[in-house]
Design a protein around this ligand. Structure first.
Ligand code: PEP
Ligand code: MN
Length: 339
């Protein structure tokens, strides 16, 4: 429930509403805005009878929120969230952030070489999977903790923060030891126990959209993390499963402007998993930036044809450097100035 106060409501009137909410055994969260103050109601699991609130002085409107998310919605939090990752700022008002690196960490030499080339081309965060969610059990499953160590080494050498996927709660301790950003993959978007656990940490989280998740389910998953106290959540559109098999998934570009309207959290796009095709990655990545994405995450491999995972959608160092040139031009066109 959201209580919208008249623009000239006095502090005493706002306080009285807060008290009335608390008297119902619920929490009140004032949301000051430039035009009016609203008060969010938290803690209810069903419909709240607003009889003791709606006629209080200063109350303009009582809105019953039936969505499964509140804290991540713009209604409850009108100002856009910017997530700081070391020196990197991800969100409104900052230049979109390019995250790049191989699908998986394969060896120390491979991730070092990938890190150097993505850094030289202008990437600001290094990606690399150590725990891999593979469709089949016979495929390369990742190097585990050894991979995390190589990733950290490559991040430290190049000065890039690193992001990697965590699949299970038991992996969190190791992943937190080596990574700057925790990635929750598409397959785990609704692993609610994992979401709650990362919600209790003080570490940025990249939450990927489940391949069959609606926008509402996607935001409700983010709500699990934020409700536990961790507000540093970045959303990631990575394509959804449709009837179309010519691409690996179908990139849903319309979620970018939609989510920017519905939520204050930043949203980035992964055109690699969305398309599954190296030649489609640059154009769809640029399209995502035009649509308002706060960043891109792309797979880049020093030798894509030898990649142990997702080579077909991985850009080569050259391909990535060329794309980054184009992206810099696009940033100028879109009016981004600072780095
Ligand atoms: C990944 O980014 O490494 C990955 C496995 O992607 P997704 O969870 O979107 O399939
Ligand atoms: Mn991959």
């Amino acid at each position: 429930m959201l209580i919208v106060m008249h623009h000239n409501a006095s502090p005493a009137e706002i306080q009285a509403v807060q008290k009335a909410i608390e008297a119902l055994g619920l929490q009140a969260q004032p949301i000051p805005g430039s035009e009016r103050t609203a008060i969010g109601v938290l803690g209810n699991q069903g419909y709240v009878d607003d009889a003791s609130i709606r006629d209080l002085p200063g109350v303009r409107e009582v809105i019953h929120v039936s969505k499964p998310y509140k804290l991540v919605s713009r209604d409850f939090h009108p100002d856009s969230t910017v997530v700081d990752i070391g020196e990197v700022r991800l969100g409104d008002g900052s230049v979109p952030v390019i995250i790049a690196g191989p699908c998986s960490v394969e060896s120390e030499a491979q991730i070092l070489s990938a890190a150097r080339l993505v850094k030289a081309a202008g990437a600001r965060i290094l990606r690399g999977g150590a725990f891999k969610p593979r469709t089949g059990p016979h495929s390369f499953q990742g190097l585990g903790v050894e991979g995390l160590k190589y990733l950290r080494l490559a991040g430290d050498e190049t000065g890039l923060p690193v992001i990697t996927e965590v699949m299970r709660i038991e992996q969190l301790e190791d992943v937190c030891r080596y990574a700057d950003v925790l990635q929750i993959g598409a397959r785990n978007m609704q692993n609610f126990d994992l979401l709650k656990e990362v919600g209790r940490l003080d570490r940025p989280v990249l939450l990927k959209r489940g391949m069959s998740a609606t926008i509402e389910e996607f935001l409700a998953a983010a709500e699990y993390i934020v409700s536990e106290g961790n507000g540093r959540v970045v959303l990631c559109e990575r394509g959804i499963r449709t009837f179309e098999r010519a691409t690996r998934n179908t990139l849903d570009l319309s979620v970018i402007p939609l989510i920017r309207e519905m939520s204050h959290l930043p949203i980035i796009v992964d055109p690699s998993h969305a398309t599954g095709k190296r030649n489609l990655v640059p154009i769809m990545g640029k399209a995502a930036l035009v649509a308002g994405a706060h960043g891109l995450m792309m797979e880049v491999h020093p030798e894509p044809d030898k990649a142990l995972c997702d080579g077909a959608q991985s850009l080569s160092g050259e391909g990535f450097a060329h794309l980054m040139e184009e992206i810099r031009g696009l940033f100028m066109y879109l009016g981004y100035t600072e780095k």
